[in-house]
Design a binder for this molecule. Structure first.
Ligand code: ATP
Length: 262
């Protein structure tokens, strides 16, 4: 198989808050068109890593390149960075006073004010449909939707500018198992049909089994392994053993085998 190129390269990353060093000499590669699951204990710096890569957090040291652009030390402009990435934050963060359509159109209004109302509406409708929502949803307020639907609206908004990379921070948190499985199917289809690369911070073992091509594990201020789930499971690191070998880990792996997934 041809070697996939890296769309994200992080080298020697250091993040520090006061005396607390969160990342030290952290390296990470993310390949084009893969779904990378990012896991690690609470407070290991998964969200800080995501925020550093998208330019929302200024690291202490290191180098970050995304799609060939230098994010840190900063050379790319915020506009250039935002052109090719979409972000779904942990809480979805929809604007509660705007309709669903207006939420999805917000990035278009900000980055492409030249786009007229009708075209913006049409693009919003298309993104909602890509996210598995029906047309009628556009006129509703976020408060009228279920948690799963709100996640899909947030995903539609993250895709408003046709990103090449999607960053998802715990996208299935708060969803029931069926809603979470459907969300995973959706992101797999985005990867397969649109060729997106997906960087997904998650605590959801079922999601890792179902959706991720590779898994990066954060521990000891670094990415200690970035490999297929099978390879990660073979690691003898104590946190990995506890996480994947515990009852939840075994149940998730068993469910995956039973459903015939690779
Ligand atoms: N802006 C900030 N100022 C000070 N400390 C911060 C800031 N952002 C993050 N931290 C600290 O950095 C550490 C890593 O935080 P982060 O949110 O990245 O962890 P995480 O791995 O995503 O955790 P969780 O799985 O619980 O969401 C935590 O100890 C957190 O308190």
């Amino acid at each position: 198989m041809a070697e996939q190129k890296n769309v994200i390269e992080v080298r020697d990353l250091k993040n520090q808050f006061g005396k607390q060093v969160v990342h030290d000499d952290l390296d990470l590669d993310v390949r084009e068109r893969e779904i990378l699951g990012v896991v690690g204990g609470s407070g290991t710096g998964k969200s800080v890593l995501l925020r550093s890569i998208v330019g929302l957090q200024t690291p202490k040291d290191g180098q970050i390149h995304v799609l060939g652009r230098q994010i840190f030390p900063r050379k790319a402009t915020a506009r250039e960075i935002n052109e090719d990435i979409g972000i779904l934050f942990q809480d979805g963060a929809l604007f509660s006073s705007m309709t669903v359509s207006e939420n999805v159109m917000a990035p278009l209004r900000e980055h492409h004010p030249e786009i007229g109302d009708q075209l913006a509406q049409e693009i919003a409708g298309m993104k909602l449909s890509l996210s598995g929502l029906s047309e009628g949803v556009g006129g509703k307020m976020p408060s009228e939707l279920s948690g799963g639907m709100r996640k899909r609206v947030a995903l539609a908004r993250a895709m408003a500018l046709d990103p090449r990379i999607l960053f998802l921070d715990e996208p299935t948190a708060g969803l029931d198992p069926i809603g979470a499985a459907r969300f995973d199917e959706l992101i797999i289809s985005l990867k397969e049909n649109l060729g997106l690369t997906i960087f997904m911070v998650t605590h959801d073992l079922d999601s890792l089994n179902r959706a991720c091509d590779r898994v990066a594990v954060l521990a000891e201020k670094k990415v200690i392994v970035n490999a297929s789930l099978d390879e990660v499971r073979r690691s003898n690191h104590p946190w990995i053993g506890e996480y994947f070998g515990g009852p939840r880990g075994r149940a998730a792996a068993g469910a995956n085998l039973a459903s015939g997934a690779a």
